[in-house]
Every structure is written in structure tokens, then in C-alpha cells.
Design a binder for this molecule. Structure first.
Ligand SMILES: [Zn+2]
Length: 239
């Protein structure tokens, strides 16, 4: 059985050789070393004492190639790019060490109508891969988006804050009691979405929360170390 499986994989590799998802070069990995270098990964952690979260982890600036890839990932049906983003996060030891400190990882939800049109929640795909690789518990039925809002990218700062108010709902609260939480979103700009999600999570007594954004104008991960909350920051183009 095992040898059959190996033979099948070998055959598939001949028929569909692996390529770097950015430049298309034949490559065993999802991304070749040259493209990986060109991504200009920041992998930073910002610490806050005036927000609902304590830390915010992020990987990229939302510009150039990364920006184009995120737009393709969200709006142009390129769900396979989730693999590339996940690999990039997994290659960053500092960020992975931080994520592993948390008990639960959750994605920022999108509205069910949008999910059905797009076919996937871009943050959830990444979170699923991360949870599997880092052995962190994944919870996807905690936050739900109950209103289908306008894309944040089309709005001003003030409008973005209004646009996400009372849009999210928290359910299955018992799952996060006394847990440390990390929340992943794709893009962070003003922090409106993250703030809303955090407020809800904050109401449940948790040891700690984090929020993670894939990109902000950054790809970010946020971590909050307060006794009880998670906050997210904001997101551009979010959902
Ligand atoms: Zn490449």
C-alpha cells in the first residue's frame, strides 16, 4: 500500500511538477528561495498598552508583490495562495514561537453570503493550515459575521469604524473560557475589525488573547496579553 502511494506521488510529480507559486520556476517548495527573499518579510511584533490587545504580530507591508498576491487571494479566486502565506508564516520562527503560546487560534469570520460567493474565507484557510502545523487548537464557530457589510477598503477611517459596529456575534463562549486566543486576519490598516472582534472576545474571561493579521498594509498577527481579551486591529479590504 505504501509503495503504491509512493508510486502514485511520483507519477503525479511527473504530470504536475511542483512550481514556485510566485515565479513559476520548478521547485520542491511552495516558494523558491529567491522569491522568498524578495518578499521582504518583516515578522514584527508591536506591543500596546492602550488597546484591547497587547501585541500585534505581522509579516508584511501591504505593498508591491505582496499586495497583489493578497488581492488575488481574496478577490480573484486564487485560494491556492493560502499555502504560500501559510508557508511564509511557518518559516518565521519568531512568529511561530509566539503563536504556539496560545491555546486557540481563530480566523476573523466573513459573512456566509460572501463565503458562499467566494467559496472560502481567506483567513480561515490560513488558520486551518497553521493550526495543523503548529498543533494549536482551531475554533471556527466562535465568531460569526451577522451582517454583510461594505468592503472596508471603500471607506474612510470613520466610516470603517461604523461599518463594523455590531456586525460580529460571539457564540459557544464556553470554548474560550480561560484560554489564550490568537485571532488571524488578512490585512490590518485602521484596526476597526480587530477592535470589534476583540470587544466581543473580551467579554469572556480569557487568560489572554491575540489577534493576527495576515497583512496590514501589513500581514499581521496580534497578541494581547491582557487578562481577558483579544483584539484585532483593523483591516483594509477586509472580508
Ligand atoms: Zn520563485
Amino acid at each position: 500500500m505504501e509503495s503504491l502511494k509512493k508510486a502514485l506521488i511520483f507519477l503525479l510529480q511527473i504530470l504536475y511538477p511542483k512550481q514556485c507559486l510566485i515565479c513559476g520556476k520548478l521547485e520542491q517548495d511552495t516558494i523558491c528561495s529567491k522569491c522568498y527573499k524578495n518578499l521582504k518579510i518583516e515578522g514584527k511584533i508591536d506591543v500596546y498598552n492602550n488597546k484591547s490587545f497587547n501585541e500585534h504580530l505581522y509579516l508584511f507591508k501591504y505593498e508591491g508583490k505582496v499586495r497583489n498576491m493578497i488581492i488575488d487571494y481574496k478577490f480573484n479566486d486564487k485560494a491556492y495562495l493560502a499555502d504560500l502565506f501559510t508557508k511564509t508564516i511557518l518559516k518565521n520562527e519568531k512568529i511561530c514561537r509566539k503563536i504556539k503560546k496560545y491555546d486557540i487560534i481563530i480566523p476573523v469570520p466573513i459573512h456566509k453570503k460572501r463565503k458562499s460567493e467566494r467559496g472560502y474565507n481567506q483567513s480561515e484557510l490560513i488558520v486551518r493550515n497553521l493550526a495543523k502545523n503548529l498543533k494549536t487548537e482551531l475554533v471556527t464557530d466562535l465568531l460569526i459575521k451577522q451582517k454583510n457589510t461594505l468592503p472596508q477598503s471603500s471607506l474612510s477611517k470613520k466610516q470603517r469604524e461604523e461599518n463594523v459596529k455590531q456586525v460580529y456575534k460571539l457564540q459557544n463562549k464556553q470554548k474560550i473560557e480561560n484560554k489564550k486566543i490568537i485571532l488571524l486576519d488578512d490585512i490590518y490598516t485602521t484596526g476597526a475589525t480587530a477592535e470589534e472582534c476583540s470587544k466581543l472576545l473580551k467579554r469572556v474571561r480569557c487568560k489572554r488573547n491575540i489577534s493576527t493579521n495576515n497583512s496590514k498594509r501589513y500581514v499581521r498577527l496580534e497578541d494581547r496579553s491582557r487578562k481577558s481579551d483579544v483584539r484585532c486591529k483593523k483591516t483594509e479590504d477586509e472580508n
